[in-house]
Ligand binder design. Structure first.
Ligand SMILES: *[C@@H]1O[C@H](CO)[C@@H](O)[C@H](O)[C@H]1NC(C)=O
Ligand SMILES: *[C@@H]1O[C@H](CO)[C@@H](O)[C@H](O)[C@H]1NC(C)=O
Length: 332
């Protein structure tokens, strides 16, 4: 099984081609020479915004343009969104793809893309997530985007992203020219690529891929998810992933101290990238798209049957294509 999984990962690595505005490629690079750049040490974070519970959606705008990554979705808002974006009576926030029958092969499914009304120039962002969308044809992301300049010059930070049957989460930055991931950064995940500069034709970004099978998809959901925490500071962008049973107590008590969390999962130091000039005030985003520029080309090598266009028509593929979110908290 391990051999088969490794082969699948390698074939995924080789198969990704055309890439879209919100994800990176599965490029393989050696993460050699890790040692010199360390994550920031800051202990003074105070809660400034909490997105949770029955009022969760008040803080978010619904995006209804066509999907820039060419997914087979109609992003909806208003009454069309009430079945797909809602809060359960136990305060769990649900964001889903429509899973009704009767969508044709290659047709579009209603789905959701939301972004915070507020944007943040810096801070610590902690997302506690019970379950994430996954499955053949499914391409979810939890990410953030800067405003005020054309993509990617205000910066894009992808915290949770993958496609189809992936089990290992990918963490990616996209930026304008002049931002490189220092490969000596001290981080747990493996570096996939170091060129953060992105364009429509060359869209891999600088990225890490997590190890183990609990950071993305079925394995993440089996353990009721976990916490992704990230900091955006002048010193760099750091990301930590905690399994559900290993969430630090200072996160639970809303007094987070990243200096106590150990080596980050992913770290993009400021040594070869002036972080705050490339990553302007960021809005947080959740979305789920279907097929499109990444899940489409990677579909066959993910071990999924027939074609991605066929997958859209099979409503069973979307039964677990849902985010289930406990909270997103922002500290500064
Ligand atoms: C994750 O890996 C563990 C250890 O190799 C294995 O026992 C488990 O079945 C895997 N889980 C999934 C969802 O693949
Ligand atoms: C439809 O999707 C489900 C869930 O992925 C899968 O088990 C089933 O085989 C698919 N059916 C067809 C006809 O492809």
């Amino acid at each position: 099984m391990i051999g088969a999984l490794a082969a699948l990962v390698l074939s995924l690595a080789a198969s990704t081609s055309a890439l879209a505005p919100h994800h990176g490629a599965h490029r393989r690079h050696n993460a050699a020479g890790k040692s010199t750049s360390f994550a920031p040490r800051s202990t003074s974070y105070k809660l400034v915004d909490e997105y949770s519970g029955q009022n969760f959606f008040d803080g978010w705008d619904f995006f209804t343009d066509s999907d820039p990554t060419h997914g087979l979705v109609n992003y909806v808002s208003g009454s069309a969104a009430t079945k797909l974006a809602y809060v359960q009576s136990d305060d769990t926030v649900v964001i889903a793809v429509d899973n009704s029958d009767g969508i044709s092969v290659g047709g579009k499914r209603n789905s959701i893309r939301i972004s915070t009304k507020k944007s943040y120039e810096r801070g610590l962002f902690i997302a506690d997530i019970f379950a994430m969308p996954h499955g053949c044809g499914v391409w979810p992301a939890y990410w953030s985007l800067g405003a005020g300049k054309d993509w990617p010059n205000a910066g894009e930070i992808d915290i949770i992203e993958g496609v189809n049957t992936n089990t290992e989460n990918q963490i990616t930055l996209h930026s304008g020219a002049g931002c490189v991931l220092d490969k000596t950064a001290d981080a747990v995940a493996r570096i996939l690529g170091t060129t953060c500069e992105s364009s429509d034709g060359n869209n891999a970004g600088c990225a890490y891929q997590q190890t183990g099978n609990t950071s993305y998809g079925h394995g993440f959901n089996l353990q009721a998810g976990g916490v992704f925490a990230h900091t955006l500071e002048a010193s760099g962008i750091s990301v930590w992933f905690f399994d559900r049973d290993a969430i630090p107590s200072d996160i639970q008590s809303k007094k987070p101290d990243p200096s106590s969390w150990g080596t980050p999962t992913a770290f993009f130091p400021n040594t070869q990238c002036d972080i705050l000039s490339h990553f302007l005030a960021q809005s947080l985003i959740f979305d789920i798209t279907v097929c499109g520029d990444w899940a489409g080309p990677a579909y066959a090598s993910s071990g999924c049957p027939n074609t991605c266009n066929d997958a859209v028509a099979n409503s069973s593929n979307f039964d677990v294509a849902q985010w289930k979110i406990s909270s997103v908290r922002v500290y500064q």
